[in-house]
Design a protein around this ligand. Structure first.
Ligand SMILES: [Zn+2]
Length: 91
């Protein structure tokens, strides 16, 4: 058996969509920074999975849940785009 933070999957699922919409840098460094900040501000959601099992989205997740995650990602993307930690080329 494995413990998995399902919140990670939800954040990564929504991450690119939100970042594209906001027009922020999409390099790996920025994407992971946004994911880390967003996940730190969201409650973890641990699920038990058997090895190899693909965890599918459950009905317990509500629209409000999606809104909360999108809001956390948006805030995180704002923080990262103001202070990107990727290496800036040309200066
Ligand atoms: Zn970047």
């Amino acid at each position: 058996m494995q413990l998995k933070n399902y919140m990670e999957e939800v954040v990564f699922e929504m991450l690119d969509k939100v970042m594209v919409k906001m027009g922020v840098c999409m390099c790996d460094k920025c994407r992971y920074d946004v994911a880390a900040i967003a996940l730190n501000s969201l409650p973890p959601k641990y699920v038990v999975t058997e090895e190899g099992e693909v965890y599918s989205r459950t009905n317990e997740l509500t629209t409000q849940f999606d809104v909360d995650v999108a809001t956390a990602i948006t805030r995180a993307a704002e923080i990262v785009s103001k202070n990107p930690r990727h290496e800036v080329r040309n200066g």
